[in-house]
Design a protein around this ligand. Structure first.
Ligand SMILES: Nc1ncnc2c1ncn2[C@@H]1O[C@H](COP(=O)(O)OP(=O)(O)O)[C@@H](O)[C@H]1O
Ligand SMILES: [Mg+2]
Length: 365
């Protein structure tokens, strides 16, 4: 098999295989089979950068087709409502091929359509997103199809408000629709407060955290075997553990291991060390810096102090660090938990929610 088929470290692509997410995929796809109006038809994936949110949306868009859905995959930008309509028309048109086009002016289409899923000029101009969606749902229902909107990078915006309120109204009208969204943990932070947030909070939330190292090891083992690259079992163990379960890191490390195995097609300890260093460098630039950059100086200093505490850090240790600074530990704690950067495994303890983040903070200035 050609090299770099198994490992393609980039954001927003569909991996060769979704590793270690069988449980999440199973429960979401089952939810989509539930009757119209079920809460499980409105799903929100939450996870940090590189955890595989976009990859999951791509996978679900594809698999949902066999469940009778027409997928519409968009990112939450301002033109999103129109993009959703166009995606449904594009992906659904194959089911209307048998219907002849009538260009003669005598409409052959259903109410609101000139033919297939193409709106009549009148409908196109006069109707807004909600009515167009309603018409598309009815038309697709004739073919036994539902509509699945997949929205990446959700945040609060007027376009998202339009989509959220229309979705709720369409569900009220018993239309066969579902929605799967993905976003950073910030997206549902309680700092923001409006109707989009209420909608997101009602969704069935699925957190995408680290994937299991044993699933990663199995993937590495198979990929290297297929590429005829020799990699001893000890290094497979080391490599899978080095990923800390982060899908993006798994891709990066796999990519460099393949690359550095060279013409000899052998991965030894020195290849592994070199690959790990390269992968970590890419992680710093593409994951950690974007996580750090929106934070205030105080939040950064707090995280840095936390990294220097024991693991997990205790609130006692951090209270010492805060000393007379006046602000309470609760303020930092709440904000950084909502941002998906830290977690409380137990009362009085704090850990980092992002693999490798502690190491990154310790070595950065
Ligand atoms: N479960 C997974 N198994 C294998 N590769 C994955 C998995 N999830 C994500 N990836 C890969 O990791 C990289 C980052 O994933 P992406 O979906 O873009 O992350 P996010 O949208 O959360 O920032 C991509 O190259 C993607 O193909
Ligand atoms: Mg993404």
């Amino acid at each position: 098999m050609e090299r770099h088929f198994y490992f393609q470290p980039a954001f927003g692509n569909r991996p060769e295989k979704i590793v270690g997410r069988d449980g999440e995929l199973y429960s979401v796809l089952n939810g989509l089979k539930e009757p119209v109006g079920s809460r499980n038809r409105c799903i929100l994936f939450l996870g940090q950068r590189g955890m595989g949110k976009t990859a999951m949306l791509l996978e679900i868009a594809d698999r949902a087709r066999t469940e009778g859905y027409i997928p519409a995959r968009v990112t939450a930008h301002e033109g999103m409502p129109q993009s959703i309509i166009e995606q449904i028309q594009f992906n659904g048109s194959q089911f209307f091929k048998d219907e002849k086009r009538h260009l003669s002016g005598i409409s052959a289409g259903a109410l609101g359509f000139s033919f297939g899923l193409t709106f009549s000029d009148e409908a196109k101009q006069q109707y807004g997103f909600r009515t167009k969606m309603s018409l598309l749902c009815d038309r697709l229902e004739e073919k036994g199809k539902g509509v699945l909107s997949l929205i990446d990078e959700v945040h609060t915006s007027p376009a998202m408000r339009d989509v959220a309120s229309s979705f709720q109204e369409l569900v009220g009208d018993r239309k066969n629709i579902a929605i799967v969204m993905a976003g950073l943990p910030y997206a549902v932070s309680s700092i923001l407060n409006d109707e989009v947030l209420t909608f997101l909070n009602r969704a069935d939330k699925v957190e995408l955290g680290a994937i299991s190292c044993s699933a990663i090891k199995a993937y590495y083992e198979n990929a290297f075997r297929e590429m005829k690259i020799k990699c001893p079992d000890e290094i497979l163990d080391e490599a899978s553990e080095a990923t800390h379960g982060l899908p993006y890191f798994m891709q990066l490390l796999g990519y460099y291991l393949t690359e550095y195995s060279g013409d000899r097609s052998v991965i030894d300890e020195s290849v592994f060390n070199k690959a790990r260093t390269s992968a970590e460098k890419d992680m710093d630039d593409n994951v950690f810096k974007p996580v750090i950059s929106p934070l205030s100086n105080n939040d950064r200093a707090f995280l840095k102090a936390m990294a220097e505490c024991s693991e997990p850090a205790t609130t006692e240790e951090l209270k010492n660090w805060l000393g007379n600074k006046g602000s309470s530990i609760q303020t930092y704690r709440k904000r950084l938990i909502e941002a998906g950067i830290i977690e409380t495994p137990r009362r009085g303890e704090l850990t980092f929610a992002i693999p490798y983040f502690r190491e990154y903070l310790l070595k950065s200035e």
